[in-house]
Design a binder for this molecule. Structure first.
Ligand code: SAJ
Length: 428
């Protein structure tokens, strides 16, 4: 079997290599010449455990080749970005999917299977993808098979989850679903759950929306706890001891290209009905500003001048900064304040202070925005370099450390609430 994958990013590349390592000939296509060259030389441009070894093997056994142009194949898998359009509700931007469809069209033959893995708005397969191929003369379900098989892997664990997660396989017709199941049987050990394309689309969106709404609940609880002077983290810990309760963790906001993006596709498709989903997005999007306010209060109360920011990635142990609340908070702090700001993220080198030591030297506040493992092991020597040993740990990863004189989390920030706000010179 031969497949062509369109898009060699966080999903397309591991998926391509997974097929290649399971006996399928793969041509991976990307619009970036640099990515294509790097991959053909054996260099993986993303940080994801295990992918480098998979590429090495795939190249050695000559089952994978990166290319700027597609080729003839048995199946085509599209894994390109689907960002939000900057319209009223952030609807799904299909331009890259449409471009990928245009570029494979000359290579598509009778009997082929076309899979969209990219996250798409509900009804896209029925209303956009199927008509596109019908206009080109194909009959869906009889001489061409269209499937939506949404990816559901967690960055940092992609290779493991590709194999072991259950997959939703949504065909335009039952014959399409069957073709999709046969394709993914190649390596998936989880169940291949067959359904209709539109149901698969909305199921995928609801997975991330469920998480986003649940995180919004935790973030709202932080704001409630701060007002009422009750530790929200302790409330979550205790409530989650109920066998049917699982409140997620609050944080500086929700980042990444999934949770912060996908719920809007539902809102845009049914704005009047998706009220809770929209409100949750608003709550999560307000968290960077909430953190910013707390940081400025802390700095002002302590007459601080230097701030150490730990973490820029959107979550721990990855190098991805897409929609990262940490980046947003850092930008705003640089724009609105005149503190000396030292940023350190071992996974994101850009704009780093040279060393962790330099980031800590003379600092008045350590602001933790990301739960990288490296931060959990920060040495006491580094902390001792601070002028004022205060931590604001928005990810609650250092609560077992006693090296800071004052240690704040999203549970106990009310403890530093100033009594006289007029004394402070808040920049906003
Ligand atoms: N976050 C919290 N509190 C939590 C959990 C996460 O604030 O309790 C934040 C993280 O710090 C991060 C954001 O949410 O900023 C998203 O992180 P995540 O780990 O929840 O998810 P992603 O975006 O890395 O990956 C998600 C996954 N979806 C689900 O777990 C339902 C993944 O399985 C999907 O494949 C991926 O979205 C996707 O591509 O859709």
């Amino acid at each position: 079997m031969k497949i062509v994958t369109m898009g060699l990013g966080y999903i397309g590349l591991p998926t391509s290599l997974m097929f290649a390592n399971h006996g399928v000939e793969v041509v991976g296509v990307d619009v970036s010449e640099e990515t294509v060259d790097q991959l053909n030389q054996g260099i993986v441009p993303i940080e994801e455990p295990g992918v480098q070894d998979f590429l090495q093997t795939a190249l050695e056994i000559k089952q994978f080749q990166a290319s700027l142009v597609p080729d003839y194949a048995d199946a085509f898998i599209i894994a390109v970005p689907t960002p939000n359009i900057e319209d009223q509700y952030g609807s799904c931007d299909l331009q890259y999917v449409k471009r990928a469809l245009q570029s494979i069209l000359p290579y598509v033959r009778f009997g082929n299977t076309i899979v969209i893995e990219s996250t798409i708005a509900p009804r896209t397969m029925d209303d956009v993808v199927a008509p596109f191929f019908e206009e080109a003369g194909f009959e869906i379900g009889s001489n061409l098979f269209l499937v939506h098989c949404p990816e559901r892997v967690l960055p940092g664990k992609i290779l493991h989850e590709l194999i072991f997660n259950d997959r939703i396989i949504g065909g335009i017709t039952p014959a399409c679903t069957k073709k999709g199941q046969i394709l993914y049987q190649t390596f998936v050990q989880g169940e291949l759950l067959g359904t209709e394309a539109k149901t698969a689309e909305l199921s995928k969106l609801m997975e991330n929306t469920y998480r986003d709404v649940n995180i919004a609940l935790a973030n709202e609880l932080v704001q409630i706890g701060t007002k009422l002077k009750i530790n929200a983290l302790e409330v979550i810990r205790l409530a989650n001891r109920h066998p049917r309760v699982n409140i997620h963790q609050p944080g500086p906001g929700v980042g990444g290209h999934c949770l912060a993006v996908d719920p809007y596709f539902i809102v845009a498709a049914a704005p009047k009905e998706a009220e809770l989903i929209y409100k949750s997005r608003q709550i999560n999007s307000s968290m960077p500003q909430f953190i910013l306010n707390q940081v400025v209060r802390m700095m002002e109360m302590n007459k601080g001048t230097k701030l150490t920011i730990l973490g820029q990635a959107y979550k721990g142990n990855i190098d991805d900064i897409r929609e990262s609340p940490a980046v947003q908070i850092t930008k705003q702090l640089k724009l609105l304040t005149d503190y000396q700001i030292a940023v350190y993220d071992p996974h994101v080198q850009k704009e780093n202070a040279d060393t962790l030591k330099q980031a800590f030297e003379g600092s008045d506040l350590a602001l933790i925005l990301c739960d990288h493992d490296e931060f959990k092991k920060i040495s006491i020597e580094n902390i001792q370099l601070m002028k004022t040993r205060i931590a604001f740990d928005t990810k609650n990863i250092l609560s077992n450390r006693t090296d800071f004189d004052k240690y704040y989390t999203l549970g106990n920030i009310f403890q530093f609430e100033p009594t006289n706000k007029r004394e402070m010179r808040l920049p906003f």
